[in-house]
Design a binder for this molecule. Structure first.
Ligand SMILES: [Zn+2]
Length: 98
């Protein structure tokens, strides 16, 4: 089995008769990819010649709460667990080491 390089959501739109990538995010609560996985994401549309943004249009930061063990999404640098209000670690602690 090969490691997962990134995951998330990608949407496309048609522009002058060609498909281009409209929005890309790393929002995958299954894999919790780090935002640093962008180069692996860009490789797929590059390979088939589809234009894409220069980075994630929606960057999602994941942290595992040390207190309640729930997976939280960090909103606007606000490192607080949405489930129990505990402070979330600044250092990445989910998915592959980023
Ligand atoms: Zn919590």
């Amino acid at each position: 089995m090969r490691e997962v390089l990134s995951a998330g959501e990608m949407s496309f739109r048609e522009e002058s008769g060609r498909w281009v990538v409209e929005e890309v995010s790393n929002q995958s609560t299954g894999y919790c990819p780090d935002v640093s996985s962008w180069p692996a994401v860009a490789e797929a549309p590059d390979r088939i010649g589809i234009h894409h943004p220069s980075g994630f249009t929606h960057e999602v930061v994941f942290r595992r709460c040390r207190s309640c063990q729930e997976l939280s999404i960090v909103w606007e640098e606000n490192f607080v667990c949405v489930f129990c209000g505990e402070d979330l670690p600044r250092k990445r602690n989910v998915g592959e080491p980023g």
